[in-house]
Each structure stands twice: as structure tokens, then as C-alpha cells.
Design a protein around this ligand. Structure first.
Ligand SMILES: [Zn+2]
Length: 247
């Protein structure tokens, strides 16, 4: 049993009793862990831990960790960065909520510490007013980190090259990429413009993509509406999570 100070963000919280919370947090040190927060909901000023514990903010958390049964108790919470501006816009709020829920779904217990720095970065970008495709780009980067490096330039089944612009193609998350019409099975369709997004993701550095202005992204991808395009990527991410049983 040991005491630690860790950097953390909240992924999920459940009320266990009038005074206790059970939470899942993502930490730099241990990845995703479940923690118990005692006296979190009492009204006395002394123990207002719950008032401080909120989504999108970055905390320094005091942990009492039992390595034997992996039980973690929160002993102290210090707010490092509230990222309050995320809540000022419904679009940014949705982006941040999607990201938090995605990270919770793609990670299992004691994994995901690799994701921590980038999740923090995206929350900061959203807080600074960045909209764009930062969340969607990071979701596919995390799929890759989790071992799902989807293939978009050839059929994953027969290796037939796809080297022309097309309006639609079949995609299978479980097979790991796009599938030609001869090899269709467990697939769903994705648009040509979504495919262009993955080409961009392949040729450009993530840091380049993240600082690209929305108008440049729209031009590069030949898309009319960022919002509609984001919707298409979101649907695809959801379908992949479902196909991979990450519910
Ligand atoms: Zn094929």
C-alpha cells in the first residue's frame, strides 16, 4: 500500500451512497483506474471533494493505492486546470464529452497511460477555442495505439489497390480496413471524403493537422460543412467501437 500524487482527468462517476462516489479516472502514471471517493457529497465545506471533481478539468489527485487488490482511494484533490471555457459552447462540450467517453471505452483497467498527454492537449485546445477535427483525429490515433491501424489504400482481404477517388467503399473494423466489392462481409460503407481524411492522416504529422485552421481542413478535404463531416466520422467511430465490442 502506498500513497501517490498523480495527474488525472475524470472519465466516469457513479454515486455509490449519499456520501461516496466511485469514479474512473485516467492518470499518467497508472492509465485508467477505478477510485473510491469517500465523503464526496457531504455539504460541509471541509469535504467538498465532489465540488472539485468534474469532467474536462485536470487534477492532481492524492491516491492511497493497495497494490494487492488494486483498490484506490482518493485522499486529496487539487484542481490544476479547470478548462471551464469548454462548457461555454455546446459544440466544444459535445467534442470533449465524446472524447472522454471514447477514452473510457477504448481503455481497460490499468491501461491507457499513453493516451494521457494527448487527451490533456486536446482538452486544452478545445478550451482555447479550437473546434475542427482534433477529437476525431485523436480517436483514430488512439485506435492505432490500441493496435488497430486501419488500412485505407487497399482491400484488406485481397490486397487490391485503391488508387482512385471513389464515392463510397465498404469498411470492416474487425478485418482492419476497407474491402472491395468482391470480398464484402461484415462491412459498412464510408464516403470518399471520409477516405480523403484518412489519406491526410497518413501523410501529415498529427501536430500539423491539429494546428490546421478549419478553413484549410475544409479546403483540403473538399467538404462543405465541418459539422456534417464530423458527424460522419463520429458515426464511423461508434460503428468501429461496436464492431470491436468496446461498449
Ligand atoms: Zn478484395
Amino acid at each position: 500500500m502506498r500513497n501517490f500524487n498523480v495527474k488525472a482527468i475524470l472519465l466516469k462517476k457513479y454515486k455509490v451512497s449519499d456520501s461516496d462516489l466511485s469514479c474512473r479516472i485516467l492518470t499518467k502514471e497508472f492509465g485508467k483506474i477505478s477510485v473510491w471517493v469517500r465523503n464526496a457529497r457531504t455539504h460541509s465545506k471541509k469535504s467538498s471533494i465532489n465540488d472539485k471533481l468534474d469532467f474536462f478539468a485536470i487534477y492532481e489527485v492524492g491516491l492511497y493505492r493497495n497494490n494487492y487488490n488494486r483498490k484506490n482511494k482518493v485522499t486529496n484533490i487539487k484542481l490544476e486546470s479547470p478548462n471551464l471555457k469548454i462548457r461555454a459552447s455546446i459544440d466544444k462540450f459535445e467534442d470533449a464529452s465524446f472524447l472522454i467517453s471514447f477514452v473510457d471505452r477504448i481503455t481497460s483497467d490499468e491501461t491507457g497511460s499513453d493516451y494521457f498527454a494527448q487527451v490533456i492537449k486536446i482538452l486544452e485546445l478545445l478550451n482555447e477555442g479550437k473546434y475542427g477535427l482534433a477529437v476525431e483525429i485523436i480517436c483514430f490515433t488512439f485506435f492505432k495505439l490500441a493496435g488497430y491501424d486501419f488500412i485505407f489504400d487497399e482491400c484488406v482481404s485481397c490486397r487490391l489497390k485503391l488508387d482512385r477517388k471513389i464515392s463510397k467503399v465498404k469498411f470492416s473494423a474487425s478485418c482492419g480496413g476497407i474491402i472491395c466489392n468482391n470480398c464484402v462481409e461484415n462491412t459498412f460503407s464510408i464516403d470518399g471524403e471520409v477516405l480523403e481524411f484518412f489519406k491526410l492522416l497518413k501523410i501529415l504529422e498529427i501536430s500539423q493537422l491539429l494546428c490546421m485552421a478549419d478553413s484549410d481542413l475544409e479546403r483540403k478535404l473538399c467538404i462543405q460543412s465541418m459539422k456534417i463531416f464530423k458527424g460522419k466520422l463520429r458515426v464511423m467511430i461508434e460503428k468501429i467501437l461496436l464492431a470491436l465490442d468496446m461498449t
